[in-house]
Design a protein around this ligand. Structure first.
Ligand SMILES: [Ca+2]
Ligand SMILES: [Ca+2]
Length: 374
């Protein structure tokens, strides 16, 4: 009887694990194949070789680009080099990316920038908020941008028990913001388990010096976050649920759900066209490839990914790039357009697409960045 029970339990456990594996694969391999869509006037941006995970553009046409993200389980082309913030002036005919100098007193060696957001104060001071992961932790760094000097002055490091695994932020004031936690756990193995089990423990936090609180929860993995031009709605991308949520913002900073736009791809960061309100996003049509950049060289310690490798098709480890434009998200029939798609020969792993006066910047998790004249 004891043996029968043991066999039954093992059988149940195996069946559950197989079911989870299948569900997890479905979350990661959303649409897999995407027909290429090309744009005629694009060029790779010189000097950006190790990622351009997030991009934020000021109304004046100055674009901030975060580069050099080191994220558990993902490829890095410059694992020993600290991250950087690049600046690009999109009003120039032939814009170039220049690295911004960061003021002394900030620990540059552990700088690991992720999502970014800008805020222009009443006195025209420009603040840059940067999600940072020094030593695998999560902080938000607040900088003042000094244009004359091409530099960032570090003002403060924000840490909080509710800011556990921050992915992106959207600034609400000179020292307040909404932030997405892409996982409940920050430890790599627990993070993987959380994804594998399909737990919806990811959330959104409102932070100000006076008050910090959870304002939305129940996400598989909340990622990109941004605000509508009229500042009434907050948009949140759930990368593992393949959708964008529209939330209404209230006077006390709480959020209520308005609607969800379901897509068939893993949605990363969200950018807003300030004139039209269109949402532009960089997507990962096949999330499996994010974790499988180099199948020849899987670190032995990354057992969970080794387990998954058994079921990954061969010869398709290069990540596809996909840029979507979402028009009229609040209407009955939003229009979703595939603006650009590449099989990985030009660009790999698109995480963001930002627009400024007919110019498009496409950023990636760990690869290069593309500049297009639309
Ligand atoms: Ca952002
Ligand atoms: Ca992101």
């Amino acid at each position: 009887m004891g043996k029968l029970l043991a066999v039954a339990l093992v059988g149940i456990a195996a069946a559950l694990a197989a079911e989870r594996l299948l569900a997890f694969r479905n979350r990661l391999n959303a649409s897999r194949e995407v027909a290429p869509v090309s744009l005629p006037n694009c060029r790779l941006i010189k000097g950006i070789e190790a990622g351009s995970e997030d991009i934020d553009i000021l109304p004046s046409g100055l674009a901030f680009i975060s580069s050099g993200l080191k994220y558990p389980g993902l490829k890095s082309f410059a694992p020993d080099k600290p991250g950087e913030i690049f600046l690009m002036d999109l009003t120039e005919d032939n814009p170039r990316a220049a690295e911004l100098r960061i003021s002394r007193g900030f620990d540059l060696a552990s700088f690991n920038p992720h999502g970014i957001s800008t805020y222009i104060d009443r006195d025209d001071t420009v603040y840059l908020f940067v999600v940072n992961h020094p030593h695998q932790s999560s902080t938000v760094e607040l900088f003042k941008f000094v244009e004359d000097d091409n530099s960032l002055v570090h003002l403060k490091t924000i840490r909080h028990d509710l800011l556990t695994s921050v992915n992106d932020i959207v600034a609400m004031g000179p020292d307040s913001f909404y932030a997405t936690n892409d996982h409940y756990f920050s430890d790599f193995l627990l993070m993987f388990l959380e994804m594998f089990l399909g737990l919806t423990w990811s959330n959104v936090i409102y932070y100000s010096p006076k008050e910090v609180k959870e304002v939305a929860s129940g996400f598989y993995s909340a990622n990109g976050i941004n605000i509508s031009p009229d500042r009434k709605y907050i948009y949140i991308a759930d990368v593992l649920d393949h959708n964008v949520h529209v939330m209404e913002k209230h006077a006390n900073w709480s959020l209520t759900h308005v609607k969800t736009l379901q897509l068939d791809t893993l949605v990363d960061n969200l950018s807003i066209d300030p004139h039209t309100g269109d949402i532009w996003t960089g997507c990962h049509p096949d999330g499996m490839k994010l974790f499988y950049y180099d199948p020849e060289n899987l670190p032995a310690s990354e057992v969970p990914f080794g387990l998954l490798a058994m079921s990954v098709p061969e010869n398709c480890f290069v990540q596809i790039v996909l840029v979507l434009r979402i028009q009229n998200i609040l209407s009955e029939e939003p229009v979703v357009t595939r603006v650009y798609s590449d099989n990985g020969s030009v660009l790999q792993g698109s995480s963001v697409a930002s627009i400024y006066e007919g110019k498009l910047l496409i950023g990636t998790v760990f690869h290069r960045a593309l500049y297009c004249d639309l």
